[in-house]
Ligand binder design. Sequence first.
Ligand code: SIN
Length: 524
Amino acid sequence: MKRVDFLVIGGGIAGLSAAIRLAAAGSVLLVSKDALAESNTAYAQGGIAVAMGGDEDVALHLEDTLAAGDGLVNRSAAAILVEQGPQRVQELLAWGTAFDREAGKLMLTREGAHSLPRILHANGDATGREIALSLLRHVREIPTIELLEWTTGVELLTIGDRVTGATLLDGDETLQTVLAGSTLLASGGAGQVYSDTTNPAVATGDGIAMAYRAGAEVSDMEFYQFHPTAFAMDGAPRFLMSEALRGEGAFLLNAKGERFMQHYHPLLELAPRDVVARAITREGLDGTVYLDMRHSTKDLKARFPGISAFLSRYDLELGRDLIPVRPAAHYLMGGVRTDVHGRTSLAGLYAAGEVACTGVHGANRLASNSLLEGLVFGALAADAMIHERRGSQQRSALEPESSPEGKIDVGDAYIAAWITELRNLMWLDAGLLRDAAGLRRAGEGLAALALRMPEALTRPAIEARNLHTVATVIVVSALAREESRGAHYRNDFPQRDLIAYHSVMQRGHLRSIALDSDLTLTAI
Ligand code: SIN
């Protein structure tokens, strides 16, 4: 058994930046399920949206964030995001993150639903990787941060409504218990819940599932963002074709070779993501939809080196060929419900980044706001954890109540097939276009899968269980929301309700709460 002041689960932008701050106040254990460089952060291409041009710029960034979120954004969280963003990005620059520059000035690009270019990028289309690596370099220099790679969170440990740490499964499949003064979930999203996703294999919703099972509130889980343009070729991975391509002028063409976005939104190819994703799905009924950059005069290989290298494997070139695309699950707006300080409904448990739901993205995240979210709310959560530690006695001597199940042998092939079944049913019936009949079918499918749940104490079995928890909450929340808003589109309820509300699910019960309601915090 290990004891630390701060346990951080997840090694993306939120976890790494929080760990740097926490290290000044105590011992930190940061665990990551895979190699540390493998996270949703590292896969982010387009960039980091930030208003570096002063107050007017900040106000516009807020407006764009609110508009994209389709009436469901928590305004105070969004204001914090855009106001504190520039300072956090300055910190990144000081830690050596090398954003792309032209004649010494930071280069800015534009993406969908942004009213002006405000997106910093690095190495063309490898922004997330550059940020992750520079944070990691910094983290490795701090002696009070212990890093544990290839380690999977199994369950949160609780005493009553207080989280006291977690059980972890290390790379040798040995169970470890970590008691922590406080625990930060920074474990990212859950794209693997869908058969088609831009997310890496690690994105199995572990933090959300662990928090939910421990009794935490999760919120707005019906809002899953589908990125409009993932590469669409049979047998190829759903590699992200960054929105920055459209920011740099790419057109969308239907199977007849015609642009079509004029039928859907005045911002054309730069409409909000949910609008573009649905438009591509509809046009895709008549054949393949393509990204077209053949008219571009830019040096596309230099601007998009990662995408160009990927496409060359399929003998395709951005400025020469049409690129087949279709939507794929990309980002979960919902998650573990937190206030803007990362505090969840359970004492001692914090969450930041994609795993969390502050309401900052509302029903649809503005492009490239997620790296900024990880930075800003990772830092705020760390500050709150430090504050709690200063104001409280050490509780690490307390022994937890929950303990994980024992090991039963279930083969990896069984688990892989089980997960494929879950991902397919979610894509078919709880994906981009939903209705009551499909969502009920998805619910029945999940209930049937629950009867054959893999129970082994191995990483694949833990991931299977987590995917099932997350999928179930998505389906229940999506069925109950009888309106279309942002990324949640119901064919049977195509209109938006007049009054916006958040959904909250806890211990099997779903309820709705008014916009901007305060989180009811358990005493810390
Ligand atoms: C992209 O590059 O299109 C993804 C950026 C994001 O998801 O915000």
